[in-house]
Design a protein around this ligand. Structure first.
Ligand code: DC
Length: 234
């Protein structure tokens, strides 16, 4: 449970698809007693809301931020994180569906979509004690965050982790290669777009997780947060 009485820092965790951001961020938040904000889930929720609204994908780039806000994606604090609702309906598993995953980077490129989601994210950070993961947490959403971390990992390792996460099984080389291609495509879309591209925030601590297991990854981030606290950076 996030503690409300002491304002802890905002910790940002940015990095490419499959670098282990969300799972790491969730566990780091749990250990520190902070809340976890998965900003990718908000882009996914807005994508799902658009798909359900029947609005053709070709029209998404021309929509205004206020039209997108009317789709009514909201978050509310719950336990160690946030519950996401679309028009009052709670959504969770649907956000990871293939239907949403295939289209979310189209929406993430639209400046009005980023603007529509900015207020929600900043509001989540107002009370501090937050671990926020995404692509632009340390650059755009929380530029003044006390602790910024940028996760990287080899492409094939990211592909392998994604497949293990999805199927629970160790994949073969051909599967890894196909998944790596799909991830590379999303990396390109995320880093080459004009609106809030994925890049390492100034002052961020870079962490290469390729050779780390989950526990080591979590520990490295927790240690960075504690070190920032004791060096008086916050
Ligand atoms: O981390 P994820 O796979 O749930 O992210 C889904 C998509 O949203 C992905 O294309 C990147 C985009 N995204 C973004 O543009 N900015 C963020 N802060 C988080 C995610």
């Amino acid at each position: 449970m996030a503690s409300e009485d002491v304002r802890g820092p905002v910790v940002t965790l940015d990095g490419p698809a499959g670098s282990g951001k969300s799972t790491t961020a969730r566990e780091v938040a749990r250990r520190l007693g902070f809340r976890h904000l998965d900003s990718g889930a908000l882009y996914r929720a807005l994508t799902l809301a658009l798909l359900d609204s029947g609005r053709p994908e070709t029209e998404w780039p021309t929509m205004t931020a206020s039209a997108l806000r009317r789709l009514d994606v909201r978050i509310e604090p719950v336990g160690g994180g946030f519950r996401i609702r679309i028009g009052g309906r709670e959504v969770e598993d649907e956000l990871r569906s293939e239907r949403v995953t295939r289209r979310v980077s189209t929406l993430a490129r639209v400046p009005a979509a980023r603007e529509a989601l900015l207020g929600l994210q900043r509001e989540a950070g107002r009370a501090g004690s937050l671990v926020a993961d995404g692509r632009d947490m340390g650059t755009v959403v929380f530029p003044d965050a006390e602790v910024k971390i940028f996760l990287v990992a080899d492409l094939s390792e990211r592909a392998r982790r994604r497949l293990v996460e999805r199927t629970g099984l160790e994949p073969g080389p051909a599967e890894v290669a196909a998944e790596a291609e799909a991830i590379a495509e999303r990396d390109r879309a995320d880093t080459e777009r004009a609106a809030s591209p994925l890049r390492r925030p100034t002052g961020a601590l870079g962490l290469d997780t390729t050779g780390l297991d989950f526990e080591e990854q979590v520990e490295a981030v927790v240690a960075a947060v504690r070190a920032a606290g004791s060096s008086g950076k916050r």
